[in-house]
Design a protein around this ligand. Structure first.
Ligand code: HEC
Length: 102
């Protein structure tokens, strides 16, 4: 009986933990280069070309929310929508974690 309760608690803790999992900043740094973000937003997201926005150092929640808006089309921009369309949920979390630390 005790064992069953313990196993259930561990399983429950795992479930509760899942959506709270933070992105992986190291993976985000790789994705930032590999997916070409650096080409427009610059080194660390802080040296954007032209008048593109600087995104390095912004809160992870903000970055993730805006990327998801580009993905859904809620935020309509002809440059960023196709960039965001190719991102997975994990990519968004990782990129947000990376950019927030810059
Ligand atoms: C071809 C140039 C280009 C590339 C490549 C690019 N972006 Fe952007 N990004 C822009 C532009 C332009 C905007 C401003 C869009 C707008 O005004 O709505 C923007 C906006 C953003 C914003 C919102 C910033 C804010 O202040 O609200 C985020 C976050 C972002 N980009 C992240 C990324 C990520 C992550 C990548 C790589 C997957 C990427 N961008 C690749 C041009 C680019």
């Amino acid at each position: 009986m005790k064992k069953t309760i313990l196993v259930s608690l561990i399983a429950l803790a795992g479930l509760v933990n899942m959506p709270l999992q933070a992105g992986d900043a190291g993976a985000g740094a790789n994705a930032y280069n590999a997916k070409g973000c650096i080409g427009c937003h610059g080194m660390s997201g802080k040296q954007p070309i032209a008048d593109y926005p600087a995104i390095g150092g912004k809160p992870a929640d903000y970055i993730a929310a805006e990327l998801n808006k580009f993905r859904s089309g809620e935020r309509n921009n002809p440059i960023m929508m196709p960039m965001a369309a190719g991102l997975s949920d994990a990519d968004v979390a990782n990129l947000a974690a990376y950019l927030a630390t810059q």
